[in-house]
Design a protein around this ligand. Structure first.
Ligand SMILES: C[S@@+](CC[C@H](N)C(=O)[O-])C[C@H]1O[C@@H](n2cnc3c(N)ncnc32)[C@H](O)[C@@H]1O
Length: 185
């Protein structure tokens, strides 16, 4: 559920959506629903920006009793995200990790299980994020990734790899930038 205070913050962030490369509201609403549908608990987001998508992910996690780790390398965006998470009452269930996404993902302990990932950072690196995140995913885990149709060339290696991987059931949804959703078998 999106409360009134959060709705005010989200509407304000939507005014600068293009400056911060935020996902569309419909994509965000879908991710929020999906987390609740699969009862995801341990969620990793690659690409925080000012926290717009993170708010939607975390609001769902408040209902499932889960936790969000989100990765960003720009200090200024992290500061904005922290303030936005606080305003929306979700800061307590979010860890923001600063640094290069590949390095941060590589630091995740081998035993840690990720049950939902949202990829939305450097498009050419989607393939690398996928290869690392996959190591932490068990059957039933979900991977989502934005900009699949808007940046089709840049994300092609990732899309080819996951579509050709017999361990994943994959669909690309006709949401504004194209959202890939995959479930590990
Ligand atoms: C498309 S924006 C994320 C938007 C955010 N998911 C949302 O919808 O609110 C991508 C973000 O990823 C960050 N980023 C890009 N490449 C990165 C990398 N290699 N490591 C960490 N962060 C990265 C950028 O600084 C940018 O803020």
């Amino acid at each position: 559920m999106i409360d009134r205070t959060t709705e005010v913050v989200l509407k304000k962030l939507e005014e600068t959506q293009h400056d911060f490369w935020n996902i569309s509201r419909s994509t965000a609403n879908f991710l929020n629903m999906l987390i609740k549908m699969v009862n995801a608990k341990n969620v990793v987001e690659v690409g925080t920006s000012n926290g717009y998508s993170g708010i939607w992910l975390a609001k769902a996690l408040k209902e499932t009793g889960g936790h969000l780790t989100t990765i960003e390398y720009y200090e200024k965006r992290i500061v904005l995200a922290q303030a936005n998470f606080k305003s929306c009452g979700v800061a307590d269930i979010i860890d923001i990790k600063q640094g290069s996404a590949i390095d941060i993902l590589e630091e995740i302990p081998e035993s840690e299980i990720i049950d939902f990932a949202f990829i939305d950072a450097n498009k050419a690196q989607y393939i690398d994020y996928f290869r690392i995140i996959d190591r932490h995913m068990k059957s039933g885990a979900i991977i989502t990734a934005d900009n699949i149709t808007s940046h089709a060339e840049k994300v092609k290696s990732f899309v080819d790899a996951i579509q050709g991987n017999k361990n994943y059931q994959v669909e690309i949804l006709d949401l504004p930038a194209g959202l890939l959703v995959a479930r590990k078998n």
